[in-house]
Design a protein around this ligand. Sequence first.
Ligand code: ADP
Ligand code: MG
Length: 351
Amino acid sequence: DDGATASAIRQLDDQTVERIAAGEVVERPASVVKELVENSLDADASRVSVAVEAGGTEGIRITDDGVGMSREAVETAVEKHTTSKISDIADLEAGVATLGFRGEALHAIGAVSRVTITTRPRGEDTGTELVLEGGEVTSVGPAGCPEGTTIEVADLFYNVPARRKYLKQASTEFAHVNTVVTSYALANPAVAVSLEHDGRETFATTGQGDLQETVMSVYGREVARSMIAVESDDSDLPEGPLDGVSGLVSHPETNRAGREYLSTYVNGRYVRANAVREAVVDAYGTQLAPDRYPFAVLFLDVDPGTVDVNVHPRKMEIRFADEAGMREQVVSAVEGALLREGLIRSGAPRG
Ligand code: ADP
Ligand code: MG
């Protein structure tokens, strides 16, 4: 007997429910950045600038030149479960082209921080500034601002002290932010994406380049030069769930101790899929020392019916019905590229 006694079952008040729900969307500064960058990309931005202070724990600002919002739109957008991206489950089943559709991010971020949104629709004369504190709109009115949207998030978790305490040091939080912004920058060479930490630029892409140029902006010239093109379609690949594998992988000598430089995308969406990463590494065989990882930016095309991207969209996980088939295809595509460059020998044993 642990001395526990049954306590009365009660319904949680709205504010408590709200903060618990918000905590599921907003784990740390990087999750705020992910949601806001996705919104900017969904808003057809050609420029997305991210600036964070102390890894995002002291402040996050995202500016885009996207479609912007009218006063009415922004007032609606911060409400619970509001989205302009789908209207019902039929839309969802037909397949969504946007990164978001749940209509919960802005509301959730607003519930656990102080948010200032300034936004002006394309082609309109005036913009709107709206301030949210702990989920309540505290002011809204006209504002002079450029076309597009700027969202500033201050005092993250000021009203959820347990979460606030759980934040890691600035450098760790920034590493997560950097991973997020990098992954979107690499997937969107046509968008100029920049990242700034404590006033210093981490990287900036031009938005006019191809993947190789984007890799150069993000990882530097040396890494970009070592990249090898992967380009396998249906006809080159063994049987499996993938219709194509394309992108860039690094020369085996350009490697790092961590896996965070292996960026993988499924149907254009960034995913953290260890099975895919392992397959990439397998393709290098003995050319990579143990615990060393290449750089890779790899896009997998798959029939949407063979993959469950809804496992947990916020965690960017994914599950393949035929994982073994997927692995073989990725190994084959990457091996093909490395063989072509004479960097591995055919039939080399796999490490
Ligand atoms: P979702 O992205 O799932 O629709 P969000 O809470 O992230 O939900 O955003 C709610 C709505 O606010 C979006 O559907 C969109 O209409 C609008 N919105 C959010 N961010 C932007 C932005 N940067 N530019 C233009 N509209 C935006
Ligand atoms: Mg969104």
